[in-house]
Design a protein around this ligand. Structure first.
Ligand code: ACO
Length: 440
């Protein structure tokens, strides 16, 4: 097949023609322009017109939906939420304001912000029966396993918000998920360490309340350090959404069948758990721990470059960013601020800094455009905040819930939305006759 693009005067006039070299048949496909980023070739009629499927494992060239929420230019290292640059949001906004922006499309007015903060705060408690659900898990369970189970089970508690065609129910479910995730995440931690659950406090901000539920105990006062709560808030902002990544696509795919929001978010959490996605920040800390000292970095780099070794440098590389991840830039700065403010001299940061310096000069990493990603620094900050490693991905899930839920709402309101059903290139056996057991 050969292809050529014909540029028309407007998006509607532009087509992309594909010729099948075997039959000389040509198909004209419409080209659609967005507001930013590459045009897309609309292949919805491709199978009907040619009898062929397109083949794109990993969806590296496939746009799966139309979206107005997040824009990424991976080559330039740009990330925009509803048109606002991530570094500006991280600098000036707070997590609940970014949540409002992602959900509703605009920054809130002062009144809207106050109302939204109050709504989320009023939904932070979970049904008391959920306490007993926790007790069914082993204490040494990974909190991500617990999170998947408990979030999925919310559909069994909040029946009044599972009609996905009702926009009011969808919005209440969205608020509930954003509000209850810190409570559930903190409960997963308390359960794992054998401490009593700590109820939310409505006089605290979102991030302060999360730290309170994680670290307070009933027998003494817990004082929140503003450096810690601001760093936590920044980490949440930086993880709030990231376009059509694996977990978000999972949420959309699950939602495309009409599944309820709690089930869809549980599916997203399951996808996020993998080390190639949200599990990477935990893997970064394990890797830095294993390296142990700066003089062992060359050995680690050699391992990462060895094609016979499956080891990869955790926190480096990204499917979309072929430049510095803009979130890593913000966190690099935050990381230094947090360690200075808390007076921590962190050997892990020395190893991280040196690893970054060497990798950014190394031909292997330079040629493949492998830069540090957001996970590289978030792991170090979370550790400095006293967060146990097994909670890193849980915190990522907590933050990403707003992105998932915004994308899920957008999908349901999309008039072109259909159940997601990819096709395949079948390479298995052709039809053959069954062979009786005694003749095999
Ligand atoms: N260490 C060493 N080599 C790497 C790394 C790495 N971290 N990442 C990619 N490469 C190499 C690959 O081996 C490949 O080399 P080749 O061309 O010689 O075969 C080349 O770079 C391209 O890699 P791909 O696997 O094609 O890149 P892809 O876009 O599929 O993968 C991914 C992206 C999964 C993030 C990958 O870079 C990786 O595994 N990184 C480490 C895990 C990590 O940090 N994940 C967090 C992602 S960010 C997030 O989820 C928030």
């Amino acid at each position: 097949m050969t292809a050529n693009a014909q540029q028309g005067s407007s998006a509607a006039d532009t087509t992309f023609s594909l010729t099948d070299n075997a039959t000389s048949e040509t198909i004209e496909l419409p080209v659609i322009s967005g507001s930013l980023g590459p045009d897309v070739v609309d292949i919805r009629k491709f199978y009907g017109g040619t009898g062929k499927f397109t083949y794109d494992p990993g969806f590296t060239s496939t746009g799966s939906c139309e979206s107005k929420i997040t824009y990424i230019d991976g080559d330039q290292g740009v990330l925009l939420h509803r048109g606002y640059a991530i570094d500006e949001l991280a600098e000036n906004s707070d997590f609940l304001e970014v949540s409002y922006l992602l959900l509703y499309g605009e920054l809130p007015s002062a009144g809207q912000k106050k109302e939204f903060d109050a709504t989320i705060t009023e939904h932070t408690m979970v049904h008391e029966q959920i306490n007993y659900l926790f007790r069914g898990f082993r204490r040494d369970a990974h909190p991500m396993a617990v999170l998947i189970g408990v979030v999925g089970a919310l559909a069994a508690f909040y029946h009044d918000t599972t009609d996905i065609q009702d926009s009011r129910q969808r919005m209440i479910a969205s608020h509930r998920l954003i509000a209850k995730m810190p409570t559930i995440a903190a409960m997963a931690h308390k359960y794992a360490i054998g401490q009593p659950f700590v109820y939310p406090r409505n006089d605290l901000s979102y991030s302060e309340n999360f730290l309170h539920m994680l670290f307070a105990v009933p027998c003494e006062d817990y004082e929140i350090n503003p450096v810690q709560s601001e760093a936590m808030d920044r980490i949440l902002i930086l993880h709030a959404d990231h376009e059509q990544n694996a977990s978000t696509s999972t949420v959309r795919l699950a939602g495309s069948s009409g599944a309820n929001p709690y089930a869809c978010i549980a599916a997203g959490i399951a996808t996020l758990w993998g080390p190639a996605h949200g599990g990477a920040n935990e893997a970064v800390v394990h890797m830095l721990d294993e390296i142990g000292s700066v003089d062992r970095i060359p050995e680690c780099l050699a391992k990462a470059k060895d094609k016979d070794d499956p080891f990869r440098l955790m926190g480096f590389g990204h499917r979309v960013y072929k430049n510095y991840d803009p979130r890593a830039k913000v966190l690099h700065k935050t990381c230094h601020e947090v360690l200075n403010d808390l007076g921590l001299d962190n050997e892990m940061l020395d190893i991280a800094r040196e690893l970054e310096r060497i990798a950014l000069e190394d031909d292997y990493f330079v040629e493949r455009k492998l830069y540090p990603n957001v996970d590289f620094y978030s792991g170090i900050i979370l550790q400095a905040l006293g967060i146990p490693t097994h909670l890193f991905t849980v915190i990522f899930a907590l933050a990403r819930t707003v992105g998932w839920i915004a994308q899920w709402n957008e999908m349901i309101e999309d008039p072109h939305q259909k159940i997601g059903r990819p096709r395949q290139l079948y390479t298995g056996e052709r039809q053959r006759s069954y062979v009786a057991l005694d003749r095999r």
